[in-house]
Design a protein around this ligand. Structure first.
Ligand code: FAD
Length: 452
């Protein structure tokens, strides 16, 4: 009888926990090695609370392990963007044509906890905290891990590495030809701040993702269940360094974010205390390496970290897990074949979302503030209403569908070609004249203050 394969997952983050749960349900015993201590005992990192927008792809994956409703219960729906221009009225821009679709703000730590609990409750899944991977030897089939009690080694047949953007496991693919590995850092970093509740209530409308577009910089704010908002500054790193006294911080916010500075009582302290994180796009290939002893595969941020401007990093990592599970099904549990198919299928998709995420940074920090952008979005929504299923905007395809990311650019090109061919006829068919769009925008702006 064939020996049962020893399967290890590295990293009890979002992807690692979901994958361990899926494998456990499939009857595959798996050990998860996590470098950090158990978060239920140790708590979470300060200034790195990060709330995520989880959308259709992530929810579809969570559904696979029965966690969709639990995640939604811990989340707040955001039906659109509330844009706060400098010196102008805030305006609400709905995410979907009919205004009903929402992305969901959830704390990464909370979501991770729900996934961790689901993994631990799955028969066959064991989680070992305080185990930091330092080496993977695919030839010997051996992991080396640092623990509080010293260095240990574990013999393994399959290693699934979900150990994040700065993956230690990824190093094992480097140097094996042919291989590609790039890490592109933005000149921008991010820092978190808080808008606490005012008299126990949300200080801003909780039904929106708030954006303060400021050209080369921006701030966003997502609502939390405790009625606070987590704000994230995305600024050129040098701009953080320049504000080196509480007075400079306050003056800068008074000048650039005047409508919220009064809602941030701990602004100067938090600004000084909270770290500046980096924003990186990781492109690496291959994701899978088979040695004489073990097959090692990367997933989630370890394989394809992307910038967060489409809110898709976690959604995309979850899709990896479902794809691995599907490939195991298709190959009757043949790990080598399954992981080889997995990487071939996923790579074009993760390349596509990496590009779209970079492009969306410009949209969020700059274009959303422009009246032309608002007119274009109104026109897109009108087309979506008139041509349901035939004209679908990029935002809708990314956030509210499970259409593979790689198909989206081509599909948009086809739609645009069809529209261009139909020319004025199509434009007239939408019933949308520029004047009507402007009137619609005026109405929307009037009705949006404090709403949405
Ligand atoms: P991680 O969540 O990073 O988990 C990796 C795990 O591996 C961690 O538990 C870590 O401790 C562990 N680990 C690391 N090294 C080792 C080691 N050597 N040995 C053992 N364990 C190790 N995504 C969205 O979908 N929507 C959003 O709105 C969104 N917003 C974001 C905002 C910001 C500011 C940032 C930075 C990211 C955002 N993301 C968002 C991206 C999202 O957080 C990541 O894509 C997601 O967490 C990736 O999951 P993962 O499991 O691959 O990696």
């Amino acid at each position: 009888m064939a020996r049962e394969q020893t399967v290890a997952v590295v990293g009890a983050g979002l992807a690692g926990c979901l994958l361990a749960t899926l494998l456990g349900r499939r009857g595959i015993p798996v050990t998860v090695y996590e470098r950090r201590p158990d978060p239920r005992v140790a708590g979470h990192e300060r200034g790195r609370s990060i709330n995520l927008a989880i959308s259709t792809r992530g929810l579809a994956a969570l559904e696979e392990v029965g966690l969709r409703e639990e995640a939604l219960a811990r989340a707040l729906p955001m039906h659109g963007r509330m844009v706060h221009p400098l010196g102008g009225e805030q305006n609400f821009q709905s995410y979907s044509a009919d205004g009903t679709r929402a992305i969901n703000s959830i704390s990464r730590a909370e979501l991770n906890m729900a996934l961790l609990e689901a993994a631990e409750a799955t028969p066959g899944v064991t989680v070992r905290f305080g185990h930091r991977l330092t080496n993977v030897d695919a030839e010997k089939g051996r992991l080396t891990l640092e623990t509080p009690d010293g260095v240990v080694t574990e013999d393994v047949d399959v290693v699934l590495a979900g150990d994040g953007a700065y993956s230690a496991a990824r190093r094992m693919t480097e140097g094996v030809e042919p291989f590609t590995h790039t890490q592109d850092f933005l000149e921008h970093g991010y820092k978190e701040l808080t808008i606490p509740p005012v008299d126990g209530e949300f200080a801003l409308s909780p039904d929106a993702l708030h954006i303060w577009p400021r050209g080369n910089a921006m701030m966003i704010a997502l609502p939390n269940l405790d009625r606070s908002f987590t704000c994230t500054l995305f600024w050129p790193k040098a701009d953080f360094d320049a504000l080196d006294t509480p007075r400079k911080v306050r003056e800068h916010f008074e000048a650039r974010y005047p409508d919220v500075v009064g809602l941030m009582p701990d602004l100067a302290d938090e600004f000084a205390r909270n770290p500046v994180g980096s924003l990186v796009t990781v492109r690496t290939w291959p994701w899978v390496r088979s040695g004489a002893g073990a097959t090692v595969a990367l997933l989630g941020d370890a394989a394809h970290a992307i910038v967060p401007f489409y809110g898709q990093g976690a959604n995309c990592a979850f899709e990896d897990c479902v794809e691995i599970d599907r490939c195991l099904d298709e190959t009757g549990g043949d790990w080598r074949r399954a992981l080889s198919i997995y990487q071939e299928r996923r790579k074009p998709n993760t390349d596509a979302i990496a590009e779209m995420a970079l492009d969306n940074f410009v949209e969020m920090r700059d274009r959303v503030a422009s009246p032309v952008f608002r007119l274009t979005r109104a026109a897109q929504h009108a087309l979506e209403r008139r041509l349901p299923g035939r004209y679908v905007s990029r935002y809708e395809l990314v956030s509210f569908s499970t259409v593979p990311y790689a198909q989206i650019p081509e599909r948009l090109k086809r739609q645009n070609r069809a529209l261009a061919a139909a020319g004025l006829a199509a434009f007239a068919a939408t019933g949308l004249t520029v004047r009507a769009a402007r009137a619609a925008l005026r109405r929307r702006a009037g009705g949006s203050a404090g709403a949405a």
